[in-house]
Design a protein around this ligand. Structure first.
Ligand code: PLP
Ligand code: COI
Length: 372
């Protein structure tokens, strides 16, 4: 179904209410697409089309369209290039055994994008526009949703300040885009335990900062610590706020206790993960205790030493859920190894992906069908 976009408070210009669809006349050949889908990697290949919707202070949201995927024209003075006024999201489309295409809790991504936009002084994209953009792209690019086990089409909605103006204030012209990229495992080694570097010199977010928003600047500042982590043989970085655990550069972190209860940090500078929220719900459904509260690195260290904390895992849309095998700090290491350290994490991963791929009952109503 195609819904017209209307913004009652800010009606768009006449004639711009309906989606404009321009098909790519030079889409990837079936052979080229199949070659990509057979080995998608992460974030390297893009589908034939993209969505964009304009926003202006005067016209509100207007001119929604689907066009051939390709470079975008931006004024060199566009504010995003100077002041990083940008937010983004990440979610996936999953192919079920009957060929249908579903996404997972997209209302949560839409709401988080609205919260991120508010923090970055960007306009909020209404949830129904967000959902419709996913449907419109999948209507044209559905063939790009792979069907091999544990593959998906990663959907990347984003929004940025495109007004050409160098004064520092919220832009009056903004663009929302949606692109899509076939995805396999985020980590090349799949679900093998990851090694994480603890950074003590760098911070991801400060009190009152943008840590809870999904904005590009948070990721830009993570690149240097991440490069240092690679040098130590680690895939991701764990950030602290003083003594307190925050999260990884692109994932939330959870500790697993001996009794099967889960502990995850609470802080207003952590990104509220949708995977995390869902995993915690599944754990609660199993009758496991779940605690979301401030957690110190000392608690993890002492708990690992005493055997009270048996494992840890990282979770996020791109990587789903991976056990943490090692936390490497300058002057100590925490090691979680053996089946006991991974068992619960891997069974929660299995339960979540069974729901996402339609192999298990979606009892919370988390799936939204995109191709019908
Ligand atoms: N934290 C950060 C910094 C992230 O980039 C992500 C990934 O989106 C997450 C946590 C996990 O969020 P979600 O599970 O909604 O993907
Ligand atoms: C996601 O998991 O969707 C993210 O945005 C994380 C990013 C590191 C790819």
């Amino acid at each position: 179904m195609t819904i017209p976009l209307t913004d009652i408070s800010n009606p768009p210009a006449p004639g711009s209410l309906l989606w404009q669809i321009t098909r790519n006349t030079e889409p990837a050949s079936v052979e080229a697409r199949e070659a990509v889908l057979a080995n998608p990697g992460f974030g390297q290949h893009f589908t034939d089309h993209m969505v964009d919707i304009c926003w202006s202070e005067k016209g509100g949201w207007h001119r929604p369209r689907v066009s051939p995927y390709g470079p975008i024209q931006l004024d060199p003075a566009a504010a995003v290039l100077h002041y990083a006024q940008e937010v983004f999201e990440g979610l996936k489309a999953y192919r079920h055994a009957d060929g249908s295409i579903h996404t997972f809790r997209p209302d949560q991504n839409a709401a988080r994008m609205q919260r991120s936009a508010q923090r970055l002084a960007l306009p909020e994209l209404p949830t129904e526009y967000f959902l419709e953009s996913l449907r419109q792209l999948v209507a044209l690019d559905g063939a790009w949703v792979p069907d091999a086990a544990e593959t998906s089409l990663y959907l990347r909605p984003y929004m940025f300040a495109k007004e050409a103006f160098l004064g520092v204030r919220a832009a009056k012209k903004v663009a929302y885009y949606l692109i899509a990229s076939p995805a396999g495992a985020y980590f090349a080694h799949g679900v093998q335990p990851v090694s994480i570097a603890l950074t003590q010199g760098f911070a991801r977010a400060g009190k009152g900062g943008t840590g809870a928003a999904k904005t590009g600047g948070n990721y830009a500042s993570s690149l240097l610590p991440q490069a240092e982590a690679y040098e130590k043989g680690c895939e991701q970085v764990l950030y602290l706020d003083g003594e307190y655990l925050e999260e990884l550069g692109g994932m939330n972190v959870v500790l697993v206790r001996r009794d099967g209860s889960l502990v995850t940090p609470e802080s207003d500078s952590i990104l509220e993960g949708i995977t995390l929220k869902s995993i915690l719900q599944l754990a609660e459904d199993r009758g496991l205790a779940v605690e979301q509260r401030p957690v110190t690195i000392t608690e993890w260290r002492a708990g690992a030493a005493s055997g009270e904390i048996v494992g840890a895992f990282a979770c996020g849309t791109a990587a789903v859920l991976v056990p943490i095998g090692r936390l490497v700090a300058d002057d100590f290491e925490i090691v979680h190894e053996g089946p006991e350290s991974e068992e619960l994490a891997l069974s929660l991963r299995q339960e979540l992906t069974d729901i996402q791929y339609g192999r298990a009952d979606d009892k919370h109503g988390w799936l939204v069908r995109l191709d019908a």
